[in-house]
Write a protein that binds this ligand. Sequence first.
Ligand code: FE
Length: 196
Amino acid sequence: MSETTVTAQERIAARVKALESIMIEKGIMTTEAIDRMVEIYETEVGPQLGAGVVAKAWSDPEFKARLVANATDACAEMDISGLQGEDMVVVENTETVHNVITCTLCSCYPWPVLGLPPNWYKGPAFRSRIVREPRKLLSEDFGVDIPESVEIRVWDSSSEMRYWVLPMRPAGTEGLDEKELAALVTRDSMIGTGVL
Ligand code: FE
């Protein structure tokens, strides 16, 4: 990591700290509330929630149709909602299309289903290159080789619209229940930097 990046991060950390102090001082938030918020995103909200949604979509075609039509509403059926998930869009992988998400501007990400974004997702290297040469990046950085016959679509999230990927159900999983299926789904498969 370059020195500039560290400095930028430190600057952001300082700003966050300053905002936190002001909010506590003004009585808008308490230290306890902030700690609890961090704890929720560190331990409770994470890709396991998205994996549950994917498993349900694989098992229930009607739910899948609702998920693809309106991801935010479909997730709410499973009591999954919250910050940065107000307008989520699920893009479905098929035999002919592989989807990848990014946020070229900053780091928009569907928090309620995936938790907080990994550092590389927020980094400028991934964000610029995934748009320019997605096939090469997926192969070189993630070991994911998408056949030339499969189209790669890159979805640029924003604060208004947050995309995530519905991966393909793997062959040979017909006998598995939702819980077993969910255990197969990885965070990267829902970003599109993994297959499963
Ligand atoms: Fe962003």
